[in-house]
Write a protein that binds this ligand. Structure first.
Ligand SMILES: Cc1cc2nc3c(=O)[nH]c(=O)nc-3n(C[C@H](O)[C@H](O)[C@H](O)COP(=O)(O)O)c2cc1C
Ligand SMILES: *[C@@H]1O[C@H](CO)[C@@H](O)[C@H](O)[C@H]1NC(C)=O
Ligand SMILES: *[C@@H]1O[C@H](CO)[C@@H](O)[C@H](O)[C@H]1NC(C)=O
Ligand SMILES: *[C@@H]1O[C@H](CO)[C@@H](O)[C@H](O)[C@H]1NC(C)=O
Ligand SMILES: *[C@@H]1O[C@H](CO)[C@@H](O)[C@H](O)[C@H]1NC(C)=O
Length: 383
């Protein structure tokens, strides 16, 4: 009794030991902190994805920064998405020939070739970061040959984004609401005409949301009585309305991953919407771990992607280790877009380099050889 009380109080002190750091202390302030207010650091000195958020916060209108940074309720899921990765330590191997690992990043997603297992997740209103809005994202993705999923709530139209594509560039178009009606049929036709190769149907945001950060700006309160209808039956009917594959975004449990396989879904995205819908929803890493433990076959039955809280090459590696095929980032690319196309391109190059370097240090001759044995899945609860 006495022991457990002492132990518990020790544990609570240990668990409270580290304050949350949106941008961990890696010297950003020391180097960039003396820049005049409102100026961006020179792009070539940006050393990691968190630097982009630090820079964006300084130059954007507070409302615009809020739009990107926003999360649901107390933002516990937002913070957990970022922090959870660091609870799982790697199990690096040495004396491996890793000299060619950088050439092993390319992958296919639904049969389309890309240069790396990363993609730009759909985010509404890129125009709040840069006057060219989504052009920076579509052009950056083209320059580096990665997948971009434009949001239906983009500043630019589906057609305008499509018109900015590079030669042979593949986009997957995101949608929110989809009912079995003529409006949806018309939307699907627009998407098909635009040349998109898949539809990404977001299913984790059919209900309104509680967002305190935006509520204080009098924004995003939305219509609290509007709940969209989307069931597995809806999915099957939607799939008959288009020749494009419909990917589901926002899977948060092994049950729904299995249900997606049963419904013939070709690919799913494990996501809690960047912590912006249900506070307390698990991070994609936790969902991937649940699938790995209870139904690992899902990773080979369909393509499984994931997004949320990814800021480092090492975050990508932990997700790939569980069988995730490609990893998306939302906010980092939106913040990089304060520099426009150049910033997005630079961010993609930096993340690719991190993935290759980290994979080498993990002892992987080939990125595709990564498996769950490269991570210790017993969480370190002190972090
Ligand atoms: C500003 C912003 C807008 C977003 N808009 C959408 C959207 O329109 N549709 C959607 O499916 N997800 C949307 N998301 C969620 C992202 O697609 C993605 O799941 C999330 O950003 C991943 O987390 P990360 O920002 O930590 O990388 C949005 C996220 C942000 C930050
Ligand atoms: C994709 O890459 C494979 C292997 O490199 C190649 O054979 C194929 O032609 C490529 N497909 C396209 C559409 O470029
Ligand atoms: C993008 O849309 C938002 C919200 O509708 C608007 O405030 C902003 O000015 C737009 N930006 C651009 C560049 O069109
Ligand atoms: C859809 O359009 C058809 C004709 O194009 C029309 O007959 C039908 O009533 C419409 N359905 C709905 C639900 O609006
Ligand atoms: C995981 O990778 C290690 C190292 O290459 C290998 O020894 C092991 O057999 C792999 N495990 C599975 C389940 O493939």
């Amino acid at each position: 009794m006495r022991f457990s009380t002492v132990f518990l109080s020790f544990l609570s002190v240990a668990l409270a030991a580290r304050p949350f750091l949106n941008e961990p202390d890696t010297g950003i302030e020391e180097v960039f902190g003396s820049l005049p207010a409102g100026t961006l650091p020179e792009l070539s000195l940006i050393a990691g994805l968190p630097d982009f958020e630090w820079a964006a916060k300084r130059v954007l209108h507070p409302f615009s920064y809020m739009h990107f940074r926003n999360g649901a309720s107390g933002e516990y899921s937002y913070r957990n998405n970022l922090e959870i990765f660091h609870r799982y330590r790697f199990r690096p191997r040495v004396m491996q020939d890793v000299t060619n690992v950088a050439s092993t990043l390319p992958i296919t997603l639904l049969g389309h070739n890309f240069s790396a297992p990363i993609f730009i997740s759909p985010c509404a209103r890129a125009g709040l970061a840069h006057p060219e809005s989504e052009l920076g994202l579509v052009r950056g993705a083209a320059a580096e040959n990665i997948l971009y999923m434009p949001s239906l709530f983009a500043n630019l139209s589906i057609e305008d984004i499509s018109a900015a594509k590079g030669e042979g560039q593949v986009l997957f178009q995101q949608i929110n609401k989809a009912s079995i009606d003529n409006d949806t049929q018309a939307l699907f036709q627009r998407i098909e005409s635009s040349g998109a190769k898949a539809i990404v149907f977001t299913v984790d945001a059919v209900s309104p949301r509680n967002r305190q950060r935006s509520g204080r700006f009098g924004f995003d309160q939305g219509d609290y009585s509007s709940y969209d209808l989307a069931t597995w039956d809806t999915y099957k009917q939607l799939q008959t309305m288009t020749s494009l594959p419909i990917v589901l975004k926002g899977i948060m449990s092994v049950e729904d991953a299995r249900a997606a396989v049963a419904a013939g879904v070709p690919a799913i995205i494990l996501s809690n919407h960047g912590g912006r819908q249900l506070d307390g929803a698990p991070s994609p890493l936790e969902v991937a771990l649940e699938i790995h433990e209870k139904s690992p076959e899902v990773f080979t039955q369909i393509e499984v992607y994931a997004d949320g809280g990814v800021r480092y090459g090492t975050d990508v590696l932990r997700l790939l280790a569980l069988g995730v095929r490609a990893v998306g980032l939302g906010r980092p690319f939106m913040y990089a877009n304060v520099y426009g196309t150049e910033g997005v391109t630079y961010a993609i190059q930096m993340l690719k380099r991190e993935i290759a370097v980290d994979a080498g240090n993990l002892g992987l001759p080939d990125l595709k050889a990564i498996n769950a044995s490269y991570v210790n899945w017993t969480p370190d609860l002190r972090l």
